[in-house]
Design a binder for this molecule. Structure first.
Ligand code: SAM
Length: 246
């Protein structure tokens, strides 16, 4: 997938529409705690950090220092850098960090944006301490049925079909010396209700929604509104995978 460009407006829109409210990430916090065993003072490399929602969450949840690497200046400008979070200009294929500097790496919705997955895996091998985990949060082909976007906009499965598969990611990281230790689906609460989620959606903040035609997008919004009317209490729960390699 070609790299997406973000200007200031797109970055602000990304933050408003795509950053998950912290209270919706409880299961993700627990899953990361189980898999990475992070302790205060450790260093986490957040690769493709975007507007830094997860960088800030990792710092707050685990009292770790976060190196948030992000190539798009407009996205990087919104990372809440300060005590505990450093925003760095760079990309996964050429990380601007020293060898063996990090105790874990986090790649949230990033692997399908990378120009060279194999180079990124080699860079992560260089940047991580031996035994440190790579935590990949992504939608993968064949496993996206419980992603809310795919549920209501079924055509988005066509975009997901072009993403790297679990096997492709495993092969790239395997060649760099990592092996898979876990693959689990983890829920997030994107909004308290489906209606609130529909209100928050911004087509331009999501490559999968952006790829839809106007009619397909309108049909998806209508499906959400219909489901919300039929079940006003339904929470907007979406599932993505956590793939862990060490
Ligand atoms: C969908 S956003 C995810 C942002 C953030 N990780 C999150 O979960 O909210 C994908 C991000 O990957 C960044 N990106 C694109 N190509 C990259 C590369 N080669 N290396 C690192 N990051 C990249 C984009 O600029 C964008 O900020």
């Amino acid at each position: 997938m070609p790299e997406t460009s973000y200007d200031a407006a797109a970055a602000a829109e990304y933050r408003a529409a795509r950053e998950i409210p912290r209270e919706g990430l409880t299961a993700w916090r627990r899953a990361v705690a189980d898999e990475a065993r992070l302790t205060a003072g450790m260093t986490v490399l957040d690769v493709g950090a975007g507007t830094g929602g997860f960088a800030a969450a990792f710092h707050d949840w685990f009292q770790v220092g976060v190196l948030a690497v992000e190539p798009a200046a407009a996205m990087r400008a919104l990372i809440p850098a300060g005590a505990g979070v450093r925003a760095l200009d760079g990309r996964a294929e050429s990380l601007p960090v020293p060898d063996a500097c990090a105790d874990a790496a986090w790649l949230g919705s990033v692997v399908h944006h990378l120009g060279d997955l194999d180079a990124a895996a080699r860079e992560l091998r260089r940047a991580l301490r031996p035994g440190a985990p790579v935590l990949i949060r992504n939608t993968f082909p064949g496993r996206s049925g419980r992603d809310l976007r795919v549920r209501f906009f079924p055509e988005t499965a066509d975009s997901v079909a072009g993403y790297p598969t679990v096997e492709r990611v495993e092969a790239a990281f395997g060649a760099a010396g990592f092996r898979r230790v876990a693959l689990r689906s983890v829920p997030q609460e994107s909004a308290p209700t489906l209606a609130a989620w529909a209100d928050r959606l911004r087509r331009d903040s999501d490559t999968k929604l952006r790829a839809l035609g106007d009619a397909a997008y309108a049909r998806g919004i209508a499906r959400i509104r219909e489901a919300a009317a039929a079940n006003p209490e339904e929470r907007a729960i979406s599932w993505m995978d956590l793939l862990v390699l060490r």
